[in-house]
Design a protein around this ligand. Structure first.
Ligand code: ATR
Length: 272
């Protein structure tokens, strides 16, 4: 049976074994997918042991995505620009390919939820690793513009410069936002994890705005509750992105696209 793992620290919360086991069942793939806790100084040793033992592929979560980027012997363009890797695949020649499927997971979920991106004005809040990982796939959808806004504006400026050659992307401070509401607002900040909301003007949202929070929970996230209060058209949490990035990893490993919708429904039920 082909072996796959997800590694992180912590890891017990990971939904990836559940998701990939369902994908494998759906598509009749003979796969064994488990989670593995890796010590903070033990990433390379764990990867060497796994791949030397015949492991086929690995998902990587916090805090090892940058180390996985270094570990890969080849990178996809989207992983190179993301500066982080969430998927490793053993190649036939023994090399290890690093990919980043987070951004495509987000885009696929947005499209699935009927949020148009082409020709639209997108606001991306936050300029950390989560933001960087999604910019290239967002720009590939040919939006009119992506504005990246961050509490620390210099970080937003750095990211805008890094991706400038791939599309229309500009940095703005929180204060400078809001003369015109956006079509799509994506919250990538880690503020949500502690129930906080970035201090952005309410005028970024009107009745045409679709809002996406990259985190998820059993109830609406703090950011999505706030967006609903501002009259947003729709609010979506990050559960679909989680399933979407897993589906992209599965595609890379097995060459088959699993059905994300059914798995998302089952996960949502588990969260209740
Ligand atoms: P991640 O990999 O999850 O993106 P990160 O690289 O530590 O994590 O980045 C966290 C992001 O959340 C940053 O954009 C951070 O803003 P700063 O660069 O100004 O620190 C943002 N963030 C965290 N807490 C926030 C808060 N309370 N309000 C606004 N932004 C916040």
């Amino acid at each position: 049976m082909d072996k796959y793992i997800v590694v992180g620290n912590p890891i017990s919360h990971s939904k990836s074994p559940f998701i990939h086991t369902l994908f494998a069942r759906q598509t009749s793939q003979n796969m064994d997918y488990r989670s593995q806790l890796v010590q903070l100084d033990g990433f390379v040793a764990a990867m060497n042991a796994f791949f030397n033992d015949g492991g086929k592929g690995c998902n990587i979560t916090v805090p090892f995505k940058e180390q996985a980027f270094e570990y890969a012997s080849q990178l996809t363009p989207r992983a190179r620009l993301a500066g982080a890797v969430n998927t490793l695949k053993r190649l036939d020649d023994g090399g290890i390919l690093g990919d980043n499927t987070d951004g495509e997971g987000l885009v696929q979920d947005l499209l699935q939820q009927q949020v148009e991106l082409k020709g639209k004005r997108i606001l991306l809040i936050g300029a950390g690793g989560a933001a960087r990982g999604v910019i290239l796939p967002l720009l590939a959808q040919q939006p009119q513009t992506v504005i990246i806004s961050n509490r620390t504006v210099t970080k937003a400026q750095q990211l805008a410069a890094l991706f400038a050659e791939y599309g229309d992307i500009k940095a703005q401070s929180f204060d400078a936002l809001g003369e015109q509401a956006f079509d799509v607002v994506i919250n990538s900040t880690s503020a949500s994890l502690s129930g906080e909301i970035p201090v952005v003007p309410t005028s970024i949202i009107d009745q045409h705005t679709s809002c996406y929070d990259m985190v998820y929970g059993s109830t609406a996230t703090a950011f999505n509750l706030w967006a609903q209060q501002q009259g947003a058209l729709k609010t979506i949490d990050g559960l679909g992105m989680l399933v979407g990035q897993a589906a992209e990893s599965f595609m890379l490993w097995r060459g088959l696209r699993p059905g994300a919708k059914q798995v998302q429904r089952e996960l949502r039920r588990l969260l209740q």
